[in-house]
Design a protein around this ligand. Structure first.
Ligand SMILES: C[S@@+](CC[C@H](N)C(=O)[O-])C[C@H]1O[C@@H](n2cnc3c(N)ncnc32)[C@H](O)[C@@H]1O
Length: 261
C-alpha cells in the first residue's frame, strides 16, 4: 500500500509541505549508505527518509530536543518519548536511530563505516558547521537536502516578553548554499517551496578543507538584512485548536510559521 505522506503532518507534527516529504523519500531511495539528519523535531523528515531508503540502511537523526520550539513539548525525556512513539506509529523504529544533543556534541560519537549516503539539514541555519562536520564523510553523488532556503527572508518578530527578534536563518542558509555551489561542493537539483535539494559532486572524492575566513565574510553579511517580515504565530495558545479543528490549525500553521519565543 502506498505511504500516506499527509499523515506525517497530522500525526508527526511535520513542519514541511507534503511535496517536500515525498521528495525526501525519493532522494533517500538513491542513498548508497546510511542517512544523517540534523533537526529531528517530531521525526517527520526522518520517517519520510526511512520510508524511501533501501531496507538494509538506517537513518541517524540528531536533535538537541530542548530550547526553542521543543519547550512546547516538555523536557528532553518527554520530547524523546514523543519522537520514539512516532517512529513506532509509522513502523520505522528499527530503521531510525535518534541521537540527542547538538550537532557538534553528537558528531564525534557517530560511526559511518560506509560513509554517509544522504545528508538532511533542517536545524538552525548554521549549515557551515554541518558541512565542516559531515561533508568529508558524505559519499560522492549523495543527496543533500537543506531546509529554510530563502534568499530574502528576514523575519522580524515580537517575542512574548516584548523583545524584537530578528531571524535570518533562511538568508544565512541561502548565502551558504550560494557559496558552496560557487566552490563546486554542491550541485543544485531543485528547490521545493523553501527546501533545497542538491547532490555532492561525483568528483569530490578527496577531503575538503573549509576556509573559516570565507565563513566569517558570509556571517558579516548578516549585519543588515532586508526582506519580508512574517507575523508571529504563538503555537502554544492554539494547541486546543489542533485537536478541535485540525484543518483550521494546519492551515494557520502553513500561513504563519509557528514561533515559540
Ligand atoms: C525545523 S525543526 C525540524 C523539522 C523536522 N525536520 C520536520 O520534518 O518536521 C528544527 C529542529 O532542529 C533542532 N536543532 C536546532 N539547532 C540544532 C543543533 N545545533 N543541533 C541539533 N538540533 C538542533 C531543534 O531542536 C528543532 O527540533
Amino acid at each position: 500500500m502506498q505511504f500516506n505522506f499527509e499523515k506525517l503532518i497530522t500525526s508527526a507534527n511535520g513542519m514541511l509541505p507534503t511535496s517536500v516529504y515525498i521528495a525526501i523519500s525519493e532522494a533517500a531511495a538513491n542513498a548508497k549508505a546510511d542517512v544523517l539528519e540534523v533537526g529531528t523535531a517530531h521525526g517527520a523528515s526522518a520517517i519520510a527518509a526511512a520510508k524511501g531508503l533501501s531496507e538494509h540502511l538506517l537513518v541517524k537523526t540528531i536533535d538537541r530536543l530542548q530550547g526553542g520550539s521543543r519547550e512546547l513539548y516538555g523536557d528532553i525525556k518527554q520530547n524523546a518519548a514523543m519522537v520514539n512513539a512516532n517512529f513506532i506509529e509509522f513502523g520505522v523504529e528499527d530503521r531510525i536511530q535518534l541521537f540527542i544533543g547538538s550537532s557538534e556534541e553528537v558528531a564525534p560519537t557517530l560511526k559511518f563505516d560506509n560513509g554517509i549516503g544522504m545528508l538532511i539539514l533542517d536545524a538552525d541555519g548554521a549549515i557551515d558547521r554541518d558541512f565542516r562536520l559531515y561533508y568529508n564523510l558524505l559519499k560522492p553523488g549523495a543527496p543533500i537536502v537543506i531546509d529554510d532556503y530563502h534568499a530574502s527572508s528576514v523575519n522580524v518578530m515580537r517575542s512574548l516578553n516584548g523583545h524584537c527578534v530578528i531571524d535570518q536563518k533562511h538568508r544565512l542558509t541561502a548565502l551558504f548554499i550560494d557559496y558552496f555551489e560557487a566552490k563546486g561542493l554542491l550541485i543544485r537539483d531543485k528547490v521545493i517551496k523553501e527546501t533545497y535539494f542538491g547532490v555532492k559532486p561525483e568528483n569530490k572524492n578527496v577531503d575538503v578543507t573549509f576556509d573559516l575566513d570565507d565563513f566569517i565574510l558570509i556571517y558579516r553579511q548578516l549585519t543588515f538584512g532586508k526582506g519580508k517580515s512574517r507575523p508571529t504565530f504563538i503555537l502554544k495558545g492554539l494547541e486546543g485548536l489542533k485537536s478541535a479543528a485540525p484543518k483550521i490549525y494546519f492551515t494557520l500553521k502553513k500561513i504563519f510559521r509557528p514561533r515559540n519565543l
